[in-house]
Design a protein around this ligand. Structure first.
Ligand code: ADP
Length: 547
């Protein structure tokens, strides 16, 4: 017997309609690519989203067509989230940090029909244009006064397109499973693969993002997503903010400490979200300038592990609670968020840190389990670690155009490629990417744990641990360190520091100091590049072992 509730479809257009109706005058503030700060309201955002729909229709875009963007977090990009998906077309957010050849591969694979681009990427575009096969119209996300000449003189001007339309439009209704947006994973191995979100998955994921023990968003919040709108829909914040009626602050192209601080302070931001490398820049700025964050009460950190030293700096020095978050493009992206339970509130801070440093508890809607190499489920005891498998309504069932074949295991489980523990309180902790674990004498060493400890040393700006070949143990850890500017520290000092905090056999066999650690287009340490750089590295212990 079916229930007797109304079968209204879960559509993204209902989110902007809600915000424009019930949070009409709530602001969206943008640091524009052109420079000045821009302000408007959810009501105006909806008006412009509808005009964008009409303008794109006029360019020949219809349901199912892919519309590419190369854009920062701005009000124009926000409008397109609703203008494109609202009509049943698919918003394809391209990551401008990729190489031009990769961007071209992705845009061609997606068959983007129209490409909308921020001015910042005009130089990138000039090299990209000859490689693009499907793009019929190029639109620059700016006004007439800022339109460039040269090779792009024929490009269309976004503000002109919008000015030519009105907002008389009723959003169409269609199946809630219709595709809404497309985001390619950076594909550290093989070609990038497209994750195709749907309206239903997006609305459910946005509701989850608003939950108290996830981002806890409300109409009293002012939220600044540092995480880009070209990376997994800014972790869902682009939808969750209007869904909750929170004021939204969009930082545009400037993500340095001073620029982010200016908005956090000036706009009275209460909540933010970003990857650890961005927060390093902010923390560094705050310390150098002696600034505080009186309005902010929490920030989500994810994409890579948030080291305990970073969590502690936010919480103790600035009174900002850290929500450690884990997820992936394939999961829309939210999977877990770290909040303490009631009975943990009175624990000493070090014991709370035991939980805070973990990636968090599963969000209702995300099922998780860990399995061994044979697929057998492992205990939830906080010790056993295995392949982390997930299942749920906002988790991918397959990649765009069938790339990678059938990605689901028996009973619909998706292998995240992460290795993790699950404890009896429901907290998950990532020990590694499966491909990054260090296999020493048949046992696994967690590179993340060692990195977290190393960045706790006051002289260490960034740390990465990779496995290096070893004649006796197969692999042993090499610690690669970037020192903080102007600070001296040597290998014995680092090893002494770690010796008191790590199991003896987890201690790196050597420490290499470098000027810079390479990062991927989504801000993660590029282990593949590091392994390549150190592939012929001979550990001091390797010689001794051969004796
Ligand atoms: P990319 O395109 O760079 O792969 P994703 O956001 O999809 O971007 O990357 C997802 C992966 O990032 C996860 O599978 C996990 O390995 C890593 N990750 C995300 N959040 C965390 C976290 N809080 N701690 C450790 N690793 C994380």
């Amino acid at each position: 017997m079916l229930g007797l509730m109304q079968n209204r479809p879960l559509l993204i257009s209902t989110i902007i309609d809600y915000a424009a109706t019930y949070h009409r005058a709530t602001e969206i503030v943008t640091r524009t690519v052109e420079g000045p700060i821009h302000r408007y309201t959810y009501e105006t955002a909806r008006t412009r989203a509808k005009r964008a729909t009409k303008a794109l229709n006029r360019l020949g875009v219809g349901p199912g067509d892919r519309v590419g963007t190369l854009a920062w977090n701005t009000h124009r990009h926000f409008e397109l989230y609703f203008g494109v998906s609202g009509m049943g077309a698919i918003l394809h957010t391209l990551n401008p940090r990729l190489f031009p050849e990769q961007i071209a591969y992705i845009a061609n694979h997606a068959e983007d029909k129209v490409l909308l681009v921020d001015l910042t990427f005009v130089p990138l575009l000039e090299g990209l244009l000859p490689l693009l096969k499907s793009v019929a119209h190029l639109v620059l996300l700016t006004d007439r006064a800022h339109m460039p000449g040269g090779k792009l003189a024929k490009a269309l001007c976004y503000e002109d397109l919008l000015a030519a339309e009105d907002d008389r439009l009723d959003w169409p209704e269609f199946d809630e499973r219709t595709a809404s947006s497309l985001c390619y994973t950076s594909g550290t191995t093989g070609n990038p693969k497209g994750v195709l979100y749907g309206h239903r998955s997006t609305v459910l994921h946005s509701m989850a993002a608003c939950m108290t023990d996830v981002f806890g968003l409300s109409a009293r919040d002012c939220i600044l997503p540092v995480v880009p709108m070209f990376h997994a829909n800014a972790w869902g914040i682009a939808y969750a903010a209007p869904m909750s009626g929170a004021k939204l602050v969009l930082p545009g192209p400037k993500l340095d400490g001073a620029s982010v601080y200016e908005l956090l302070d000036g706009e009275r931001v209460t909540m933010s979200a970003g990857v650890p490398t961005v927060w390093l820049m902010l923390l560094d700025y705050l310390k150098r300038e002696g600034k505080q964050l009186p309005h902010m009460n929490r920030t989500a950190i994810g994409g890579s592990a948030a080291p305990p030293s970073m969590i502690e700096a936010f919480e103790k020095d600035y009174g900002v609670t850290v929500i450690h978050a884990w997820g992936m493009t394939e999961m829309s992206p939210l999977g877990t968020t770290g909040h303490l339970k009631g009975q943990m509130r009175d624990l000493p801070y070090e014991q709370q840190m035991h939980y805070k440093a973990k990636q968090g508890r599963g969000i209702c809607g995300v099922e998780m389990r860990i399995v061994d190499d044979a697929g057998k489920e492992l205990p939830r005891d906080g010790k056993a670690f295995g392949h982390l498998m997930v299942r749920g309504p906002w988790i991918t069932a397959g990649y765009f155009k069938g790339e990678g074949g059938n990605v689901l295991h028996e009973d619909g489980w998706f292998d995240t490629g992460d290795v993790a523990t699950l404890d009896d309180e429901g907290y998950m902790q990532i020990t590694d990417r499966a491909k990054d674990v260090i296999k020493s004498g048949g046992e696994w060493i967690s590179s993340i744990d060692v990195e977290n400890m190393a960045v706790g040393h006051p002289a260490v700006a960034e740390a990465a641990v990779i496995g290096v070949a070893h004649p006796k143990w197969d692999e042993r850890p090499l610690l690669v360190i970037v020192r903080k500017p102007g600070v001296e520290v040597d290998k014995p000092e680092i090893l002494r520091f770690l010796a008191s905090r790590l199991a003896k056999w987890w201690l790196p066999d050597d420490v290499a100091f470098v000027d810079e650690i390479p990062h991927t287009a989504t801000g993660k340490i590029q282990k593949v590049a590091l392994r390549e750089r150190f592939k012929d590295y001979v550990l001091p212990s390797a010689g001794r072992a051969a004796d």
